[in-house]
Design a protein around this ligand. Structure first.
Ligand code: PMV
Length: 328
């Protein structure tokens, strides 16, 4: 009753921002992401006779918070009909809770490892639906390459799942450089931030009204390997999402001076003829979208910026999978 899984983080090119239901988690809009080779979580789960679930993340005991890991394990136990409790150890090779989608790799590795340890045999679609109930964006990390999470319409969430739209081999020279400007825990969680946006942003309906055209442009752009189309749509989509965050009450501003420094640097790169676009999530870090041919020039320019403490280079990566080497 022990299993280990790895999963990569994913970064959205068309963002999920807002829930229409929080139990079960269901999104207001569909989204598309790239699964990121280079930002990986490995999780071992073992079920045995013990009084409660214990969770260690990066050598620290996890205390219950709004991302309910214990509740998610209970969900797996219920499905499998088992009464034991889990020991969970998880390690990520990148900063957690800093707007780098660590909950996506975390919840997908946890779901895949827990289901295997519990003897559940679920299809990738079923795993995606189950993962979504722990953390929305995590349902995309079950798959590799480029992934779409369908909004769905049903109240039970049975049509709100992710699927691969292009394999990682389809576009091997697509790159994302995650710049680390501040590897601290963020002040407002994505969960709290999106709830506040849906409740108080006067422009939220305008955000929703433009998502479908962004989904189509990015989907078509990925299929045609049209970098300009994907990059420019992703950048505009991220700015629209941040516009809704900034105009909530109270205002949520994830950007710090270094964020702006990178945004302007990327715009300068384009002026200088480099193909680069940016995207950002619920945090100050900026992810730069580019292609293999421009990697060294773009990375050198980013590393020269005062506020950038580190960069992580990602290419399209694999979906969540079971591995044989356990963490304990
Ligand atoms: O699934 P959550 O609660 O981690 O929310 C993710 C929200 C964004 O990262 C901002 C957008 C996205 O689609 O990943």
């Amino acid at each position: 009753m022990k299993a280990t899984a790895t999963a990569n983080a994913n970064i959205a090119l068309v963002k999920y921002w807002g829930k229409r239901s929080s139990d079960p988690i269901l999104p207001q809009n569909g989204s598309i992401s790239m699964t990121c080779d280079g930002m990986t979580t490995k999780t071992t789960v073992e079920f045995s006779e013990r009084p409660e679930h214990t969770v260690m993340i990066n050598d620290e005991e996890f205390k219950k918070d709004e991302k309910d890991i214990h509740g998610h394990i209970d969900r797996v136990c219920k499905l499998a009909g088992i009464k034991q409790h889990a020991r969970i150890i998880s390690e990520s090779n990148f900063p957690v809770a800093a707007g780098l989608a660590s909950s996506a790799s975390g919840f997908s590795a946890l779901t895949v490892a827990a289901c295997s340890a519990a003897g559940l045999k679920l299809s990738p679609k079923e795993l995606s639906i189950l993962t979504r109930q722990g953390s929305g964006s995590a349902c995309r990390s079950i798959f590799g390459g480029f992934v779409e999470w369908h909004r769905g319409n049903r109240e039970d969430g049975s049509d709100s799942y992710a699927e691969e739209i292009a394999a990682k081999e389809h576009w091997p020279d697509f790159r994302m450089i995650a710049t680390i400007v501040e590897a601290k825990k963020k002040p407002v969680s994505s969960r709290g931030g999106m709830a506040q946006t849906v409740a108080t942003c006067p422009y939220y309906k305008d955000w929703l009204a433009t998502v479908d055209e962004d989904l189509k442009a990015v989907r078509d752009g990925i299929k045609a390997r049209d970098f300009e189309k994907v990059g420019s749509t992703a950048e505009f989509n991220a700015l629209k999402m941040h516009a809704t965050m900034i105009t909530t009450k109270p205002s949520i501003i994830y950007w710090i001076p270094a964020t702006m420094e990178i945004i302007h640097a990327v715009r300068q790169m384009r002026e200088d003829g480099l193909q680069a676009y940016f995207t950002m999530d619920a945090g100050p870090n900026v992810k730069v979208l580019c292609q293999e041919k421009d990697i060294s020039e773009i990375t050198d320019r980013l590393k020269d910026l005062d506020g950038v403490t580190n960069t992580i280079l990602c290419k399209p990566g694999a979906g969540a999978k079971i591995v044989n080497d356990h963490l304990f």
